[in-house]
Design a binder for this molecule. Structure first.
Ligand code: ADP
Ligand code: MG
Length: 253
């Protein structure tokens, strides 16, 4: 059957010790779109990524990738091999290696870290490393040891390491956390430059950042979609305002 979506989650549920972290969640992503997911702490945003990437198995529901791949049957490694890359909140780079070595070690098709470091780079690999570093704005820092870089630069490097694997779907959890305003704006530009080339899901709290990059925004609350639309639409939605500002309607306790 022909399905128009790159990823679809249907009626997904996940309970932890009796607590419903994900509840009847439906989410549909089109190929090449940049989707922003917002929602208060504990809304289930990271758990949703855990489910997509196979870190957590849903109790119930469908997670379909492409026309006919059921992700709930695959493990994390197999899912990653299908072109789904995830960036966790905190940067994880090889701190003792240079920026370019970090990208090299992440290149698509490379085997173990040990094999990589003692192999020679092919011209195609050199070109690809330069390409990736240029996309994430770190070409001038190629020879620096990653551990000496600023927090924002480490985050960009890690995005570069994901790009080195040429993912079809890129999942990015709160990339602007802990960044300066300037770094945040740069991160926004970087993510927007990837739109169309990859399908990107960005989870974010910082509303200025959301406003900068957002096309379609999905608001998650109590493990389910509260509303979806443009930034203006969701920001003016009464339910979203209530959830974010903790306002109560008359009659609520
Ligand atoms: P968000 O990323 O939106 O802040 P999370 O997905 O991290 O929210 O968490 C949603 C809820 O699920 C939270 O109440 C959290 O404590 C709970 N939760 C997430 N992962 C686990 C887990 N592995 N075990 C138990 N509870 C979890
Ligand atoms: Mg989270």
């Amino acid at each position: 059957m022909n399905r128009p979506f790159l990823l679809s989650l249907e009626d997904v549920n996940k309970t932890f010790d009796g607590f419903k972290a994900i509840s009847n969640l439906n989410l549909y992503l089109e190929e090449g779109e940049l989707r922003v997911i917002i929602g208060p702490n504990g809304a289930g945003k990271s758990t949703m990524l855990d489910i997509i990437t196979g870190r957590t198995r849903p109790d119930k529901g469908k997670v379909e990738y492409g026309p006919d791949t059921d992700l709930t049957r695959l493990n994390e490694y197999e899912i990653n091999r299908l072109g789904i890359g995830r960036k966790f909140q905190t940067p994880s780079v090889y701190v003792n290696h240079t920026v370019e070595e970090n990208v090299w070690l992440s290149l698509e098709g490379k085997r173990g870290v040990f094999a990589s470091l003692f192999a020679r780079k092919t011209p195609a690999q050199r070109t690809r490393i330069e390409e990736v570093l240029s996309i994430v704005g770190l070409l001038p820092h190629a020879k620096r040891v990653a551990g000496t870089m600023a927090h924002g630069q480490k985050q960009w490097l890690e995005i570069g390491m994901l790009l080195a694997q040429n993912p079809r779907l890129l999942l990015v959890d709160e990339p602007a956390a802990g960044m300066t305003d300037e770094e945040t704006a740069k991160t926004g530009e970087l993510l927007m430059s990837l739109e169309g080339k990859h399908t990107i899901v960005v989870i974010e709290h910082d509303m200025a950042f959301v406003r900068q990059i957002a096309r379609k925004v999905t608001v998650l609350h109590q493990g389910t979609v509260l509303c979806e639309g443009s930034v203006d639409q969701v920001q003016s939605d009464e339910r979203v305002v209530e959830v974010y500002l903790g306002r109560k309607k008359k009659g609520d306790h």
